[in-house]
Unconditional design. Structure first.
Length: 209
């Protein structure tokens, strides 16, 4: 049973539950979508590793290499960033370009998820005197030009990311990463499994609206 798609479905359902304008802050379901999008990606990596390990030895060489190296990476508690890049390299034969999409959004999503999971106090501010840029400068800089953060001022930085726009961006980023890992693999039973789960992720994205 592949659970990654089920978990990603939770992220998508959370997006659908947000009826407010895309950049209206304070939509707590957005946090569910952000976190579960990343949980689904980690589940995808873990489940594909186990699938490869259970494949017959007649599969193409990259499947055996995937099973061994991804298993080792998991045993060593490697980061999700490293494991995704490793999976991409093994299955496609090329390195993931860190200077382009979807990797840059992926790196930003990891940062956002980590900050949510390990939330720290907001910076001190004086209401009516401190600007949003002064309080949330680091966050605003990282999301510059995306136009997905809440557009109203409030002290909590988490309020800024609690928008439908951020939730959609998170889910689309994960689906794009899954597609990158699954694309360009040679024909095999393992490739059919990758295609199946990739299609599930992409169909969820297509059905957001």
């Amino acid at each position: 049973m592949i659970e990654a798609g089920v978990l990603f479905g939770i992220a998508i359902d959370a997006i659908r539950s947000i009826k407010a304008d895309p950049r209206k802050g304070g939509q707590r379901s957005a946090l569910v979508s952000i976190v579960f999008s990343m949980i689904a990606l980690e589940s995808f990596v873990n489940e594909m590793t186990e699938q490869a390990q259970n494949m017959s030895p007649t599969q193409p060489a990259e499947v055996s290499i995937f099973a061994q190296m991804m298993g080792d990476a998991d045993d060593d508690h490697a980061s999700i960033d490293f494991r995704v890049r490793l999976a991409h390299w093994i299955m496609t034969g090329r390195m993931m370009d860190r200077g382009s999409q979807p990797y840059q959004d992926f790196a930003l999503l990891i940062w956002l998820r980590n900050d949510l999971v390990h939330t720290r106090p907001n910076k001190l501010f004086a209401y009516g005197k401190t600007t949003m840029e002064e309080v949330h400068g680091r966050l605003l800089k990282r999301f510059k030009d995306k136009n997905i953060l809440a557009d109203e001022y409030i002290a909590s930085w988490t309020h800024l990311v609690q928008t439908r726009a951020v939730a959609e961006w998170s889910a689309r980023t994960v689906a794009a990463v899954v597609n990158e890992v699954c694309s360009g693999t040679s024909e095999s039973e393992f490739q059919k499994t990758l295609t199946f789960i990739n299609n599930a992720f992409q169909s969820y994205i297509a059905g957001i609206f």
